[in-house]
Design a protein around this ligand. Structure first.
Ligand code: UD1
Ligand code: CA
Length: 468
């Protein structure tokens, strides 16, 4: 008997994440913990939670697809342990035992249980600091498949019984094991070393540490998660999709609470970070990726995709626009059906209209390209009007060249600017011009065959014969 031995209040937290399982039911070439949830690997969510708890060490047990998992997290400060073969959750913690300290509080998380919140784990850490074993349980209407928490008449946790090992009475228990637990490092090390695999699955069950703790006279505290969502695991694509909606609903609720209007919180997807000013309106079906910043009063029309971009105050992104790596100034008018690609820097009051693409270009204040244009590798001044169908021919098949359009230029429709080329301030380009040399400031430059009309000309008709 060791009894409860409280450990140092300043003991460090070491988090062990179990991520060696195969994830057969995903039917994927990708290890399960690398499947994306809200745009990030499942494992990234779990490691984030560990970071929020100020974990001093994060230990990930890998097995199936170990190389892929290591590569995906090579930048993160993570300690990897290999579990080969995979003989169960208890066996997985055995592999990590060399990586955690005796005098640390050790928290075990699951790589495929990504929604648990840091605050929910706090009671487990408190239990472990008092020298006890802390478990996270949850009440489920349908507990099928989960390990059941068996309590005695006094409500004390006695043991956990896996679904496959449970008898009828135990199967009726609705309080289930989330798998997540915390304990003093020295005790956890001892208990996992003592596990046996004499059960239905011939695995070393981590859950058997509960009975070992009881035998040692160590108290077991099961804290029941307030939201059953937090305990949900991902075993197949359908569960992954369900979790995605839960995460997106959390995102939507946070934005609504912060004063953002979402036309329909159920049709909103954020795969990154969205920072919004006051009175932002987001219509249905939009996808936000990376880091997106929307200023006060920005309106995003339906079915737009915004990635790593910013829109200044009062800007409007109309329906079906795709914005990636661009900065739009205040009062911008973008779309519908506009495409802004990386390196697009639009000043205030710029209008980019339907079927216009901008790439690696700066566009000055008050300039407009409202219809069917391509502006690539260009420096566009202020108050420039780019007519419909204008193209910067920036690529000669080998190299990219810049087009410079100075302030107050007017470009007629269907103009091609063959870069490198410069259009001087205040110049006008006649419609249909193919510009191959610089256009002087303030002048009209036009390149097109002179128009002529043939008075006596007759349109050929069927049956007209020539010759003989
Ligand atoms: C486990 C628990 C069960 C609990 C359920 C909650 C055990 C014995 N059972 O069951 O009480 O209700 O989780 O979801 O712990 N893993 C490894 N190495 C292994 C086996 C698993 O790293 O050898 C990892 C998996 O990648 C996964 C996690 O451990 O992240 C859970 O494994 P899984 O096989 O899904 O456990 P369950 O049978 O669901
Ligand atoms: Ca599982």
């Amino acid at each position: 008997m060791v009894q409860n031995l409280p450990i140092d209040a300043a003991a460090p937290l070491h988090v062990v994440v179990l991520a060696a399982g195969r994830g057969t039911r995903m039917r994927s070439a990708r290890p399960k913990v690398l499947q994306p949830l809200a745009g990030r690997a499942l494992l990234a969510h779990v490691l984030d939670t560990a970071a929020q708890l100020d974990a001093q060490r994060r230990i990930v047990v890998v097995g199936h697809g170990a190389e892929q998992v290591r590569d995906a997290f090579s930048d993160a400060a993570v300690h990897f342990c290999l579990q080969q073969p995979q003989l169960g959750t208890g066996h997985a913690v055995q592999q990590a035992a060399a990586a955690f300290d005796d005098d640390a509080v050790v928290l075990v998380l699951y790589g495929d249980v990504p929604l648990v919140r840091a605050a929910t784990l706090q009671p487990l850490l408190d239990a472990a600091r008092s020298g006890a074993l802390g478990l996270l349980s949850v009440e489920l209407a349908d507990p099928g498949g989960y390990g059941r928490i068996v309590r005695d008449a006094a409500g004390q946790v006695q043991r956990i019984v896996e679904h496959k090992d449970a008898d009828r009475a135990e199967l009726a228990i609705r309080e289930v094991n989330t798998g997540i637990l915390a304990a003093p490092g020295a005790l956890l090390r001892r208990w996992v070393a003592a596990l046996r695999d004499d059960n239905a699955q011939h695995e070393f069950y981590l859950t058997d540490v509960v009975a070992l703790a009881r035998a040692d006279g160590v108290a077991v505290h099961a804290s029941v998660a307030a939201h059953a969502d937090e305990a949900l695991g991902v075993n197949d694509r359908s569960q992954l999709a369900a979790l995605e909606r839960i995460v997106q609903r959390r995102h939507a609720d946070a934005l609504l609470a912060a004063g953002v209007t979402l036309a329909d919180p159920a049709r909103f997807d954020l795969r990154g970070e969205l920072r919004c000013g006051q009175d932002v309106f987001i219509d249905v079906g939009c996808v936000f990726e990376g880091v997106v910043e929307l200023g006060d009063g920005v309106v995003v029309g339906p079915h737009s995709v915004l990635r790593d971009c910013s829109v200044g105050a009062g800007g409007r992104i109309d329906a079906f626009s795709h914005i990636d790596g661009a900065r739009c100034g205040a009062q911008a008018r973008i779309g519908p059906f506009a495409r802004l690609r990386p390196g697009s820097e639009l000043a205030d009051d710029v209008h980019i209209g339907n079927f216009t693409e901008v790439k690696n270009s700066s566009v000055g204040r008050g300039s407009k390209a409202n219809h069917l244009s391509y502006v690539g590798d260009a420096t566009v001044g202020e108050r420039v009007n780019i007519g419909a169908g204008t193209i910067t021919c920036n690529y000669d098949g080998a190299n990219k060249h810049r087009t410079v359009i100075e302030d107050d230029v007017f470009i007629g429709s269907d103009t091609q600017l063959v870069a490198p080329v410069r259009v001087g301030a205040g110049a006008t380009l006649g419609a249909g011009t193919t510009l191959t040399r610089d256009a002087p400031a303030q002048q009209l430059t036009v390149s097109r065959a002179r128009q002529q009309s043939l008075a006596g000309w007759k349109r050929p008709r069927k049956g007209d014969q020539q010759g003989d």
